[in-house]
Design a protein around this ligand. Structure first.
Ligand code: SF4
Length: 320
């Protein structure tokens, strides 16, 4: 199920050690450069440089204007207002850089930050947390795209979740970049991810199933495939528990009732239970089931994304 071309992800350029910050400095991040960079192509983008603010440049911050809108203005010079340029650049690049499968944004930046960028009043007091204007524009064009701030990648569950969503998104782009998929192709895509969804969130899987069921074997112009993508990403955003993994494994084992002896299945069940109680790791169990599926010609099982983690996914702590 993996695609041969390398995955590319966008990265705030300062996180890659480029001297593009307002003061000429950088914020090189080892997880981004070493870990993500060992698997994927990293595409550096500095929006403030791209809209012509230069280096060094006067610093900007998010400010709530009198009409209630959030703008990016100079901290020391309110006449400096690149808000429209940053938002417009986000829209443009979100549309143009269709090959990007994810994006790591610099936290707290008025251009790049995702979650906790301070939005101030005119008197300088902090009103609330907002999103950088470039990041907002980009995401308005790419709903469902996996994004994260660099600081959150230090949290193992967040890191692993980000990796898995990027690999999923890559397969989604493979399905959709040539145009809207036919309903049959979308159903096949969904079916191949069944046990991955179940390992993350059973309620999310059921919701996705209802969305697919309304297709009714026909494709309708009113169906927006991005609705499916957003639901799928929400499901994958839930961290899988060991219990959910064991549940998915047991379900898959059920496909070997006729081709494998009771003794073989009991042995594997014991390994699943050991994993569920904290002994051993998941990856050898996935590999063993995939080998069974290949030998027993169980194509439905063999093609499950759950049993075919990419190299980047095989590197994850939770599966080792
Ligand atoms: Fe450039 Fe964004 Fe880094 Fe600021 S946070 S220096 S705008 S890449």
């Amino acid at each position: 199920m993996s695609s041969p071309a390398r995955i590319a992800i966008g990265v705030s350029a300062c996180l890659l050690g480029q001297h593009v910050r307002y003061d000429g400095g950088h914020k090189a991040d080892a997880i981004v450069t070493a870990r993500l960079g060992s698997h994927w192509d990293l595409v550096p983008i500095c929006p403030e440089l791209a809209v012509g603010l230069g280096v060094p440049r006067p610093p900007i911050q998010l400010r709530q204007s009198v009409d209630g809108k959030t703008r990016a203005v100079g901290i020391y010079d309110e006449q400096l207002d690149p808000s429209e340029s940053l938002l417009g650049l986000g829209h443009r690049l979100g549309h143009q850089l269709q090959h990007l499968c994810g994006y790591v944004f610099k936290a707290r930046s008025p251009s790049c930050g995702l979650y906790t960028v301070p939005v101030t009043r005119a008197d300088g007091t902090v009103l609330e947390n907002g999103m950088g204007l470039y990041a907002r524009g980009f995401l308005e064009r790419r709903p469902g795209m996996p994004v994260e701030e660099e600081g959150n990648l230090n949290v193992p569950q967040r890191y692993e979740n980000f990796i898995e969503r990027i690999c999923f998104y890559r397969r989604w782009l493979d399905l959709t970049t040539k145009g809207m998929p036919r309903s049959g192709a979308l159903v096949t895509f969904h079916t191949r991810h069944k046990f991955q969804f179940l390992a993350h969130d059973q309620a999310g899987y059921r919701e996705l199933g209802r969305w697919i069921a309304q297709l009714g074997g026909r494709w309708h112009k009113d169906f927006d495939p991005n609705e499916y993508l957003v639901l799928a990403m929400g499901t994958l955003s839930v961290s899988p528990s060991a219990g959910n993994h064991v549940n998915s494994l047991q379900h898959l084992l059920g496909f070997f009732k006729t081709s494998r002896s009771q003794q073989e299945r009991n042995e594997l069940t014991r390994k699943f239970e050991a994993y569920g109680s904290g002994i051993g790791s998941l990856l050898p169990l996935l590999d063993e089931l995939r080998a069974w599926a290949a030998r027993d010609r169980q194509d439905y099982v063999a093609e499950q994304s759950y049993l075919n983690p990419t190299l980047a996914e095989r590197d994850l702590r939770v599966w080792r």
